[in-house]
Design a protein around this ligand. Sequence first.
Ligand code: ATP
Ligand code: MG
Length: 420
Amino acid sequence: MKNKIKSVKGTYDLLPSEIYKWQEVENKLRSIFSLYNFLEIRTPIFEKSKLFSRSVGEFTDIVNKEMYSFLDKGKESLTLRPELTASVVRSYIEHNFQQISSIHKLWYYGPLFRQEKPQSGRYRQFYQFGAEIFGSAYPESDVELIDLAYTIYTKLGLKKWTLYINTLGKKENRNKYIGVLKESMLPYKDQLCKNCKNRFDKNILRLFDCKNRQCKKVMNEHAPLIINHLSVEEKDYFEEVKFILDKLNIKYEVDPTMVRGLDYYTNTIFEVRSENLGSQDALCGGGRYDNLVEDLGGNSTPAVGFAAGMERLLIAMEKEKLFKNESDKLDIFIAPMNENVRKKAIQIVKEIRYSGYSVDMDFQRRSVKAMMREANRKNAKYSIVIGENELQSGEINIKNMDSGKMETVKIDKINDFLST
Ligand code: ATP
Ligand code: MG
């Protein structure tokens, strides 16, 4: 038996038969980002490991369990990026963005890596697109970003999804609240699952995310909500965000138990969840992170951003049947009948390509019948069989593959024929 090498667990190939869907979505994303005047930024696939431990948070699942980290030959710890905000912030600081302008609106798109348990909608290499606004501490910018995400899902035609928002307050009050939460939940710690017991001291907010029924029940009954522990200023901020969302007719639900997996959020957080995705239902998540730029060594800069998964979006769009069949792309297939005409055929192919039509030809020296089957399989609009007679007369027969209709055209007039 031959020893075949398989792809790595949790990764997948995007085959030509599928990729047109990705390209369609990518194109729409680009055009929406430019409607909102966000500029693209691309950063490296790997970064120094400490970038992520310092930003995402040491006790988060991502940093704790999921990172692909390795020592390079210089014994430096590097990590395949598990998210993109940290990289964008690193770049923002490194290139002194702040000196160029006091506000920046950026978007990104690319693969990320997390070593988690692969399942539907959860991979070890996956794609995210996302956006960040640096330099505004006002609710208008939270809404600009939420509206951007909202518009993306709306314009892509998705129907079955809901936007959820919540607020985590600023760091100081959140830390106070975390103290209150620990105190209130301590008497019930024994009733929680093993995972939650582990998270209790280091990352207690994540108890709200546990899918375990018993944990859910205990949390529902006994956990105080953060909204009741915020300052007037933090509550007002949240009210203003909601007020502007209402003005823009953006539909949302407040989920007072929503927390996010990353440590750096402050005030507003939000998530878009699809009703079509089972338990991996989050399409996108984001929020405000006013301390991160400073935490990573930059000048204090307020910021807000979101990150969205591509695979889940594609699955949801497929479930809602939003993709048409791939449109035909090949204009002409050329079938040379024998050795003598092949060289001339290659020239004709090149000429027509240079005038802007897509052309393919036979590369296997097959029979006319086999070549015509190939033209059909390739969905060519026209096919041309070229033989000695055609070369002699300088005229070829162009066959319309849909109607079967043949038309005789001079070889040097093929372009004119195609353009009519
Ligand atoms: P989840 O709740 O699924 O674990 P998360 O809180 O880890 O998500 P973020 O880090 O905020 O998610 O990433 C934003 C989006 O990226 C998610 O809403 C999801 O659409 C997508 N995403 C996250 N992890 C994966 C993964 N392993 N495979 C595919 N998509 C993912
Ligand atoms: Mg996760």
